[in-house]
Design a protein around this ligand. Structure first.
Ligand code: HEC
Ligand code: HEC
Ligand code: HEC
Ligand code: HEC
Ligand code: HEC
Length: 155
């Protein structure tokens, strides 16, 4: 098994340095913007995705338009390249995971990502390692068979 397969998804305490000082506490907390505004889970699809700069510019073409961080945001918006956000929660591609089915089953964002709306910077505070997945599956009486999460695992 290659080294990439061993990359840990366990909880971390340090937030990565992001290309812009984006705060969930400001946007999802104080301003009460719904998560789906920026994480729409396009249908069909299993990912929540992160909204492009054009969505941010709906507000920031006027709000704080003269601030350096917003000028940087405006430059991203004008260029074709996506904002290079550093991913916080990411699992290896050999694991099957769908937001759509987990949300349909009544799991909430904070069950797997912690109290996001109270955080200025996100860090991997919730456990999405194999053990973390299994803990909840055991609790909710969902399968923990190897092939449930690993389609083509050689055993
Ligand atoms: C619905 C409106 C709205 C949207 C959409 C929005 N923001 Fe904001 N943003 C705000 C408000 C309100 C503030 C706080 C302004 C203040 O306190 O001066 C803010 C503050 C900020 C700041 C801090 C600016 C500074 O220097 O003080 C950054 C950076 C920022 N937003 C980035 C983003 C990014 C990136 C997106 C898109 C992913 C985004 N915003 C989407 C309303 C919005
Ligand atoms: C105004 C837009 C906006 C809103 C509203 C918003 N987010 Fe985000 N979210 C972002 C941006 C931009 C990033 C990338 C930067 C970062 O990680 O902080 C992000 C990153 C994340 C990540 C980490 C993704 C990864 O793996 O790298 C999670 C989890 C998340 N958001 C959950 C939420 C939840 C839960 C809510 C609602 C409580 C929410 N977000 C509301 C813009 C938003
Ligand atoms: C059952 C656990 C679970 C729940 C519930 C959950 N997430 Fe996630 N989230 C994950 C995992 C695992 C990843 C990493 C997925 C990957 O790498 O393919 C992730 C990744 C993300 C990302 C990064 C982009 C992406 O789509 O991969 C965002 C943004 C995000 N989640 C937001 C949310 C929001 C908003 C909610 C609530 C509406 C939510 N999540 C509910 C486990 C969960
Ligand atoms: C907070 C609880 C919780 C966590 C954490 C969780 N799951 Fe689940 N998972 C569920 C529930 C509940 C279901 C049943 C959904 C249904 O009935 O369709 C489920 C169903 C599934 C399914 C079958 C449905 C589908 O999407 O194909 C897979 C695969 C799965 N989970 C993988 C994972 C992986 C991988 C992780 C960790 C990255 C994870 N789960 C973390 C609660 C959780
Ligand atoms: C509920 C989902 C789930 C189930 C069930 C599951 N796994 Fe995993 N597995 C994961 C996730 C998520 C990772 C990625 C963990 C990481 O990157 O830290 C993983 C990683 C692995 C790895 C890579 C090495 C490692 O530990 O990071 C192996 C090997 C593995 N699983 C084998 C198994 C076997 C064997 C079973 C059955 C006993 C099993 N898995 C059952 C979710 C699951």
């Amino acid at each position: 098994m290659g080294a990439a397969l061993l990359a840990p998804a366990r909880a971390q305490t340090a937030a990565p340095v992001q290309p812009l000082p984006f705060s969930h506490k400001v946007h999802a907390g104080a301003a009460k913007l719904p998560c789906r505004m920026c994480h729409p889970n396009p249908d069909p699809g299993d990912s929540m995705t992160i909204a492009p700069a054009s969505v941010c510019m709906q507000c920031h073409s006027s709000i704080d338009a003269d601030h350096p961080a917003i000028q940087k945001l405006a430059a991203f918006s004008k260029s074709a390249a996506p904002i290079p956000w550093v991913r916080v929660y990411q699992i290896p591609t050999y694991v099957s995971f769908s937001h759509r089915s987990h949300l349909k089953a009544g799991n909430a964002c904070q069950d797997c990502h912690g109290p996001v709306a109270t955080r200025d910077q996100l860090f991997r505070e919730a456990d999405i390692s194999m053990g973390g997945c299994m803990n909840c599956h055991r609790l909710k009486k969902v399968s923990i068979d190897c092939t449930f999460c690993h389609d083509d695992l050689q055993q």
